[in-house]
Design a protein around this ligand. Structure first.
Ligand code: GCO
Ligand code: MG
Length: 403
């Protein structure tokens, strides 16, 4: 099954996406997601200038070999750009293989290990009352798990909060927005949000929270401790995980479950945290950690060490990347939860898909072969690329901080 064509499609139906389409001699094609938010064109160049010329002519059936060729075959390996490019190739090849077998992809991954995939949505409020109200809306929609973020009194902009609510996307503007951060204000406020949410809705819904890399290990430990009474499903990205030994400090002090890894790209980024049981959920995702092949390697290691998966599924993961996550989620045993932010309608139109949300879970259409998602290229062409940046953070004294 010879690969005869591979092309990159960039579109911006509300936000930028990089899509790879691989076509084989038999006429079967597959698609993959290579979007890196705010750095899209670097992946386009890595694919077009370096990988695709060597992909043409290869046998599309040899997924592991092609993965290894691009992973081991690169002297300068790993990193988000390299791995997003490999991810897209990998996803497209799995899509082709499953289409050739006339099966939904999960069948090739061992079949369903569960009937449905637990997902969490995002309740974002500009203040405490607004956040509590938003949680109610998600409960009304049937969500069983909800991530809660809130504007912080005294801070103008807070990660995870925007007027668009359901379709929150932080990358905007022709130049990066500069936000001001203050950990003291944040730590004083966030426990009150969870206290109010639990007082209002009780302990049945799963609640999650993302600190988005802003704390030091001891601050993270203190937050985890303060949140213990509210029994979170997870506390995510408290610290930037570059210094992984820092997680030992957090772990020593709190029983709040910890999630990390949406910015990780390989099993080597997470093996210390996994093998030392310093985290409970690994957030690596299809689009950034080497596709289905990369994710399966990470999940297999995690399984041995009581770590479950919780794939990143923000709106910068296209419906193709999200579909790849769902097939992976449904087929492994140590699945924990899947992030599901939902895309705007015009994105859904460009990427017609077949995953179905109902009562807090996503199911996959058994009659759809491959990934069960496509790209409408004519429609995509109507939305050309727009340069957009993720924001940056400064502290109140104007020094740089993590966003
Ligand atoms: C999440 C993430 C996102 C990221 C975004 C960056 O947990 O969903 O933290 O909100 O900020 O994906 O591109
Ligand atoms: Mg996150």
């Amino acid at each position: 099954m010879k690969i005869i064509d591979a092309k990159v499609i960039v579109c911006s139906p509300g936000r930028n996406f990089v899509t790879l389409k691989i076509t084989t001699q038999s006429g079967i094609y597959g698609i993959g997601d290579a979007t890196v938010n705010g750095r899209e064109l670097s992946v386009v160049s890595y694919l077009e200038d370096h990988l695709l010329p060597t992909l043409i002519g290869r046998d599309a059936r040899r997924i592991e070999d092609i993965w290894q060729y691009f992973y081991r075959g690169a002297y300068w390996r790993r990193g988000p750009i390299t791995m997003a490019a490999i991810s897209a190739i990998d996803m497209a090849l799995w899509d082709i293989k499953a289409k050739a077998a006339s099966m939904p992809l999960y069948e090739l991954l061992g079949g369903k290990a569960r009937d449905k995939v637990l997902v969490y949505g995002h309740a974002n409020g500009i203040n405490l009352e607004d956040s509590v109200e938003e949680v109610g809306k998600y409960l009304d929609k049937g969500y069983k798990a909800i991530r809660v973020q809130s504007g912080i009194p005294g801070l103008e902009d807070t990660y995870g909060v925007a007027p668009e609510k359901m379709y929150y996307e932080p990358a905007k503007g022709n130049l990066p927005q500069e936000c001001i951060w203050d950990t003291h204000k944040y730590l004083n406020f966030i426990p009150k949000v969870f206290e109010k949410v639990r007082d209002t809705y009780g302990y049945e819904p799963h609640l999650l929270h993302d600190s988005h890399h802003r704390l030091s290990p001891i601050e993270a430990a203190s937050l985890g401790k303060m949140l213990e009474p509210y029994r979170l499903f997870w506390l995510e990205d408290t610290v930037h995980a570059e210094l992984q030994e820092g997680f030992e400090i957090i772990r020593k002090h709190t029983t709040t479950p910890l999630a990390v890894g949406e910015v990780f790209n390989t099993v080597y980024d997470c093996h210390h945290l996994i093998t030392n049981q310093l985290i409970d959920y690994i957030r690596t995702t299809s689009t950034h950690a080497g596709g289905i092949t990369g994710l399966r390697k990470i999940a297999a290691l995690a399984d041995v060490f009581h770590v479950k998966t919780g794939c990143h599924g923000a709106t910068d993961i296209s419906p193709i990347g999200l579909a790849a996550c769902f097939h992976f989620d449904i087929s492994i045993n140590n699945f924990g939860i899947q992030e599901f932010m939902r895309h705007e309608e015009k994105i859904e139109e460009v990427f017609p898909n077949s995953y179905i949300f109902k009562d807090g879970y996503v199911t996959l259409d058994e009659n759809k072969i491959g990934l069960g998602v496509d790209i409408d290229e004519q429609l995509a062409a109507k939305y050309p690329y727009e340069r957009k940046y993720l924001p940056v953070n400064r502290l109140e004294d104007n020094s740089m901080w993590n966003w």
